[in-house]
Design a protein around this ligand. Structure first.
Ligand SMILES: Cc1cc2nc3c(=O)[nH]c(=O)nc-3n(C[C@H](O)[C@H](O)[C@H](O)COP(=O)(O)OP(=O)(O)OC[C@H]3O[C@@H](n4cnc5c(N)ncnc54)[C@H](O)[C@@H]3O)c2cc1C
Ligand SMILES: NC(=O)c1ccc[n+]([C@@H]2O[C@H](COP(=O)([O-])OP(=O)(O)OC[C@H]3O[C@@H](n4cnc5c(N)ncnc54)[C@H](OP(=O)(O)O)[C@@H]3O)[C@@H](O)[C@H]2O)c1
Length: 276
């Protein structure tokens, strides 16, 4: 084969196909991967898209797409797209998606939507990113977006998982940001990272809700308590977490906003679970 032949991009065989460029497994139940970005795709950091694989319809035997919502974990200036994913053992999509490798194709519907966007918040001084589990994904995008540091003096990333190893993707991302050529200087002194584990010994422990209610996080970071005049928040986690943390935010006087009506905080589900 000639050199030019080896450089020919692979033929796209799927509808809205994108090619996987790298995959990293973080734990038995978490992995991240990067794919090519459709040239026409514009999105606001924090939004999600539908991605998936083809599957055979059991009744008709025909191939059809199996799609799920995924937050884009990369910022809007990145030339590729990154995703951070759970591996649900019997999950229709992730039981297969977890086996993708470089060069494979996935389906990506280029229609980004979502509520975790700067436009849905009123201007403020501090922004709190509150996430459990894979709910970190939209903030992996927002933490890497210069607009976040242009709009706010302080950015506080609270991420809670059951175990310490489940925090690793977020930890490495934050460390990488501090040394990043593009936004390292903007981040310095502004980004405060507060990871906690709930079921394993760690230097910071406990649920986000408890650490906000008790005031422990304000004490640990040397910050004033939340105030609706200055503080804004974005929330992404399980249904139960979202519900409980919304109550805490409301107790500080923050009100839920939306793209159409910006207010002090916004919420998105990290997944659709069994109920609250
Ligand atoms: C707006 C939105 C954005 C999302 N973004 C992401 C993302 O960035 N990364 C990601 O991994 N998932 C994300 N999800 C969840 C995703 O859409 C799928 O549910 C997930 O990929 C599992 O797909 P599945 O077909 O294997 O199992 P499903 O049939 O979809 O889920 C089976 C069960 O697994 C559990 N589950 C599903 N997803 C998760 C999760 N992420 N964390 C913990 N438990 C879960 C739930 O109990 C669910 O009932 C998002 C969901 C929504 C609504
Ligand atoms: N080892 C396992 O068995 C295992 C591991 C991962 C995921 N899963 C399955 O996947 C599903 C989702 O797992 P996940 O880890 O992404 O999410 P999760 O079970 O919601 O836990 C993520 C983190 O959020 C905290 N949390 C849960 N509910 C909360 C609430 N109402 N308020 C404040 N904090 C809350 C948890 O603390 P607490 O520890 O205090 O609950 C944990 O630290 C679970 O339902 C589970 O079935 C299982």
């Amino acid at each position: 084969m000639t050199e030019s032949a080896t450089k020919t991009p692979p033929v796209k065989t799927l509808p809205d196909a994108q090619t996987v460029t790298s995959v990293k497994h973080w734990t038995d139940s978490l992995f991240s991967f990067r794919v090519t970005r459709p040239q026409s795709l514009r999105f606001r950091s924090g939004e999600f898209v539908m991605i998936g694989l083809m599957q055979t319809d059991e009744k008709t035997g025909k191939e059809k797409p199996l799609l799920r919502a995924y937050s884009i974990a990369s910022p809007n200036w990145d030339e590729e797209l990154e995703f951070y994913s759970i591996k649900v053992p019997d999950g229709p999509l992730t039981s297969r998606l977890q086996h993708i490798k470089e060069g494979d194709e996935i389906i990506l519907r280029p229609k980004p939507v979502g509520t975790l966007v700067h436009d849905a918040l009123l201007p403020g001084k501090r922004v709190w990113f509150l996430a459990t589990g894979t709910g970190l994904a939209p903030f992996a995008s927002l933490m890497r977006d210069p607009e976040t540091y242009e709009k706010f003096d302080e950015v506080i990333m609270m991420h809670t998982c059951r175990t310490v190893e489940e925090l690793e993707y977020g930890k490495q991302l934050v460390e990488g940001l501090q040394n990043d050529e593009l936004i390292g200087e903007m981040v310095e002194g502004k980004l405060k990272y507060y990871p906690t584990a709930t079921r394993e010994e760690f230097h910071h422990m406990g649920r986000i809700t408890d650490n906000l209610k008790s005031g422990k996080v304000f004490e640990d970071l040397g910050l004033a308590p939340m105030n609706p005049e200055t503080d804004r928040a974005m929330v992404c986690g399980s249904l139960a977490f979202n519900k409980d943390v919304m109550e805490v935010l409301e107790s500080f006087g923050l009100r839920e906003g939306a793209n159409s009506e910006p207010r002090e905080y916004v919420v998105e589900k990290a997944f659709v679970g069994e109920g609250v």
